[in-house]
Design a binder for this molecule. Structure first.
Ligand code: SF4
Ligand code: SF4
Length: 294
């Protein structure tokens, strides 16, 4: 598959079912699962015996995914080759076929590949999804480079813990959702938000170090400074540029908005549920300034 095709498929994918999932520290599947959670994907573990991985309840089989309301864009297999054909047949029973049937590094199964390809599903064999994703998506941008000053980690109420953030925080702390929320969140405006310490900074901000939960930080933190207001409104953008030394001084609003919108899409940060996600993440392409739309 061509580089651009794969990048475009991975940018569009949101839901990944990991078959053979387990959160045993040091195992390849644990590494990859945590990476995919941190990269913003909705991950659903699938395992015949284990009841959960990374704090997320597991489905017993691919065929059971619809009962969980999970509609996978990618089936990612950590299974020996002799089981892959059966997993391909199970995949064919799903109400909507995934975009990609992905066999991890060291796994090849031509029979499964033929079944999936005949159904119009892209097939990847013997490749690590984490390695490919990391190579295709580089989070450096032209218009912004964080200077770690910590200004954006100060102030109460802005860091909403959205539905896709919670599993990542649970996996990071090794705690169930109720415990994570009880320890680290308060309800503001009907949404769980990260608490502040007595110094007025986010509980997880450490002076001289920065964010102490960087891989698991919520989507709002990942998205800054590409917030809706800064993308759609030039005055907000100018104020953000004054406050945040990471935004390049010479960048135009249109260039910033164009790159920011692409960034939100690439990293699955755009939201669509104002009742549960930060409003700063909900951006409609039609709101962008002229010159920022592709
Ligand atoms: S204000 Fe800007 S430069 Fe400073 S930590 Fe936040 S994003 Fe980075
Ligand atoms: S979670 Fe990390 S990045 Fe987000 S506000 Fe707290 S310290 Fe800053």
């Amino acid at each position: 598959m061509l580089f651009d095709d794969m990048r475009s498929l991975l940018a569009r994918a949101r839901n990944i079912a990991i078959v053979g999932a387990k959160d045993k520290p040091g195992s390849p599947v644990d590494h990859v699962g945590r990476y995919l959670l941190n990269a913003g994907f909705n991950v659903k573990p699938v395992h015949a015996v284990r009841r959960q991985a990374w704090g997320i309840p597991a489905a017993r089989s691919i065929a059971e995914l619809p009962e969980w309301g999970f509609d996978p864009d990618i089936i990612c297999l950590f299974r020996a080759p002799q089981y892959c054909e059966a997993h391909a047949r199970e995949t064919l029973t799903l109400p909507r076929l995934p975009m990609i049937f992905w066999m991890q590094e060291g796994i090849r199964c031509p029979e499964a590949g033929k079944l999936m390809a005949a159904a119009g599903v892209k097939v990847v064999e013997d490749r690590c999804l984490q390695t490919v994703h990391a190579a295709l998506f580089d989070d450096r941008t032209e218009t912004f480079s964080c200077q770690r000053c910590g200004k954006c980690c100060e102030g109460r109420g802005g860091i909403v813990i959205g539905p896709r953030d919670l599993p990542r925080l649970c996996a990071y702390f090794g705690l169930p959702a109720e415990e994570v929320l009880a320890r680290y969140a308060e309800n503001l405006g009907g949404k769980p938000t990260l608490k502040c310490g007595e110094d007025g900074f986010c509980l997880f901000f450490k002076a001289g170090q920065g964010c102490s939960i960087h891989p698991a930080r919520p989507a709002v933190c990942r998205a800054w400074p590409f917030f809706r207001g800064n993308l759609v409104d030039e005055v907000s953008f100018a104020m953000a540029r004054d406050d945040c030394p990471g935004i390049r001084r010479d960048v135009s609003h249109a260039a910033f908005a164009r790159e920011g919108f692409r960034y939100l899409n690439d990293y699955k940060l755009r939201g669509d549920d104002p009742t549960r996600e930060g409003r700063a993440l909900i951006v409609d392409e039609r709101e962008l300034p002229a010159g920022a739309r592709d």
